[in-house]
Design a protein around this ligand. Structure first.
Ligand code: NDP
Ligand SMILES: O=C(O)C1=N[C@H](C(=O)O)C[C@H](O)C1
Length: 267
């Protein structure tokens, strides 16, 4: 059987390198293109220097790079992802999007493109976090009254968006299960004389430091007890393996908008 041809955007980044390694270690995937933005110092270098198979030069020519690819895996920044999305749509190339930090209008653009190509969009591609999303539905149902809900996340010092996409995703799951609208009930950090806690809110707290790969805790604090559901990533390989699984899923499925719950059969 022929191998699935993978293009990687932001190949010199933290996730880009983990993806290059993941493709190089797989039996059924081949590196079709390694991409960076036009201002990158890495252009022209061999992807093999960054964990990929040797023989693929890093390029900023997105259209040429994507011709003939089965899927683009993109962990970059919202503006880069949206630019790549347009070209994927034009060329009929599926897209796995791990980038976080999109606003509502930008997310709508992803949905529009998914009318023509397959898109897997998920703020966290690890199996563990996607299991946690399911556990949160059960916990939020059982603890729907009398428990204050707070979401705490910690990441490395280089992360540029906050709260993390995963924390926001967890908030969405909790709010949806409780019949609340996250945009109305989220409290992002506290300072000064805040008054007593409003029980209808969902609080978020963000920690940034060092090389923390990604920790997330949802805390349900009641009277006489508290429940914490925690996921800790210790390596980016978990996200990369999930993204590669998503690319395989898209190869086998029609155009449409999917998330990791679809990929993992958790719906
Ligand atoms: N869904 C998931 O499972 C996960 C999602 N993420 C998300 O993935 C994204 C990337 O994370 P990470 O790898 O740590 O970040 P990095 O900054 O290490 O990597 C991003 C890469 O994209 C490049 N880049 C920046 N801007 C653009 C642009 N406009 N167009 C094309 N390429 C661009 C960067 O180049 P340069 O360095 O030159 O700026 C860099 O090579 C973040 O949004 C993060 O939250 C991360 C881990 C898991
Ligand atoms: O930027 C990161 O590193 C990560 N970002 C994702 C997020 O914003 O949720 C996922 C993961 O926690 C790592």
């Amino acid at each position: 059987m022929s191998k699935i041809k993978i293009a990687i955007a932001g190949c010199g980044g933290r996730m880009g390198r983990a993806l290059l390694e993941g493709v190089a270690q797989s039996d059924d995937l081949v590196l079709h293109a390694a991409m960076e933005h036009s201002g990158s110092a890495l252009l022209g270098r061999d992807a093999g220097e960054f964990g990929g198979t040797r023989g693929v030069a890093i390029t900023a020519d997105v259209e040429a790079a994507l011709k003939g690819a089965d899927a683009l895996i993109d962990f970059t920044r919202p503006e880069g992802t949206l630019h790549h999305l347009e070209i994927c749509r034009k060329l009929g190339v599926n897209m796995v999007i791990g980038t976080t930090g999109f606003n509502a209008q930008e997310k709508a653009l992803l949905g529009a493109a998914a009318q023509d190509v397959g898109v897997v969009f998920a703020p966290n591609m690890s199996v563990g976090v996607n299991l946690v999303f399911k556990l949160l539905e059960t916990a939020s149902r059982v603890l729907s009254h009398g428990y204050d809900i707070e979401i705490i996340e910690a990441h490395h010092r280089h992360k540029v968006d906050a709260p993390s996409g995963t924390a926001l995703g967890m908030g969405e799951v909790v709010a949806r299960t409780l019949g609340r609208d996250l945009s109305q009930c989220a409290v992002y950090g506290r300072e000064g004389v805040t008054g007593e806690r409003d029980p209808s809110t969902i609080g978020f707290a963000t920690v940034r430091g060092g090389d923390i790969v990604g920790d997330h805790t949802v805390l349900y604090a009641g009277i006489g007890e508290r429940i914490e559901i925690t996921h800790k990533a210790s390596s980016r390989a978990t996200f990369a393996l999930g993204a590669l699984r998503a690319a395989r899923f898209l190869k086998a499925n029609p155009a449409g908008m999917y998330d990791m719950q679809d990929v993992l059969g958790l719906k």
